[in-house]
Design a protein around this ligand. Structure first.
Ligand code: NAP
Length: 322
């Protein structure tokens, strides 16, 4: 018998996960509760515990998802220890998505291709296997738009999330990809990655912020993605910060119906997405990507196909309102 969140369940061999029997609803954590969580530093502002625990409750799964702060010098020890205590799965976030590769027994092709792991799955001999669900998460909200094949995309930023984005875009058979970076060094390294990732028929160009060609590429792009942190909520009111990537004048030539995709989810929508609505652009904020990558991780850990995405999203939206 397996005790689940607020209920007592019996294993059902066909589904490979437990079947419920009503129990004391108040008993959320008990002696049989298993641990899953997200490892990073700092980690206290993560939305992942909110979205995952909402899903666990809805699934009546007796697991608890915690944000686990871990300093760099303790990473290996913490990973080994969590595996020893039968932690059922981990998300990995900033600053360890790249470092954690060296602590995995196996890393799958997707995670290897971008050199970053965001999900650890228990492996044999007290080891972890690594994968990356950010790509799946990024692509999910684009599914509702008609075929992007042969269209042009533009990406701002060349950091960690941009790597997942470029890998995702490679499956869309785009005609052209423009990459904008503030630094020549980062741009050159990123273009090398794009060259090996993109499909053969896709052309690409890298531009440094301030380049006079940028406005023209914006005008001709069907899909524009912000992977920089510009526009993120800043809690220190005294600090004057940039709210819109590049600057407002760059967006005057936005084509109606183009898709603006901002990876930021707080604020929701960002100033950039609000600006896009003035030009009749479609808008996607970062919340769906966050939920979908989390749901994909939970699917891998639990073997449960139907993850309650809507419940996870509602929980995140409520938390963001606070
Ligand atoms: P990152 O690895 O630090 O990369 C940030 C990129 O933005 C770098 O290319 C950086 O340029 C550039 N950048 C930073 N500040 C800039 C500025 N003021 N002007 C121009 N470029 C600037 O960060 P990340 O992990 O990719 O995350 C980026 C954003 O995506 C964050 O807001 C994060 O919350 C969001 N995100 C959302 C999800 C989701 O699920 N929705 C997932 C991942 C990330 P340099 O290389 O020159 O430093």
């Amino acid at each position: 018998m397996i005790a689940l969140r607020g209920e007592v369940w019996f294993p059902n061999s066909k589904l490979n996960y437990p079947k419920k029997m009503v129990h004391n609803k108040k008993e959320l954590i008990n002696g049989e509760t298993s641990l899953i969580g997200v490892l990073g530093y700092p980690i206290q502002h993560s939305l992942s515990p909110v979205i995952h625990n909402a899903a666990l409750t809805a699934l009546n799964l007796n697991w608890c998802y915690l944000a686990i702060p871990c300093e760099k010098e303790n990473l290996e020890l913490v990973l080994k220890s969590l595996r020893k205590i039968d932690c059922k799965g981990l998300n990995i976030t900033i600053p360890y998505k790249e470092t954690v590769l060296s602590y995995c027994q196996n890393v799958d092709n997707i995670a290897n291709s971008i050199g970053a792991v965001n999900t650890l799955i228990p492996a044999q001999n007290a080891q972890w296997n690594g994968t990356n669900t950010d790509i799946q998460g990024f692509l999910a909200p684009l599914k509702k738009f008609s075929n992007l094949k042969g269209k042009n995309a533009l990406i701002m930023g060349t950091g960690g999330s941009a790597k997942a984005v470029i890998q995702g875009l490679s499956s869309l058979n785009l005609s052209h990809i423009t990459i904008i970076s503030r630094r020549k060094n980062s741009l050159e390294k990123f273009i090398e990655l794009v060259k090996v990732t993109k499909s053969k028929s896709t052309t690409c160009i890298g531009l440094i912020e301030g380049d006079s060609l940028i406005k023209e590429y914006i005008k001709n792009s069907h899909l524009i993605i912000n992977t920089t942190p510009i526009g993120m909520l800043n809690k220190s009111e005294n600090q004057k910060i940039q709210a819109i990537p590049l600057s407002e004048e760059y967006w005057e030539n936005l084509s109606p119906n183009s898709i603006l995709y901002d990876l930021i989810y707080n604020p929701k929508p960002t100033e950039w997405l609000k600006l896009g609505s003035k030009y009749d652009c479609h808008q996607i904020d970062g919340l769906d990507m966050l939920i979908e990558q989390g749901a994909a991780s939970l699917r891998l850990w639990s073997n449960i196909e139907n993850i309650p995405i809507n419940i996870m999203k509602k929980a995140a939206e409520n938390a963001l309102k606070k």
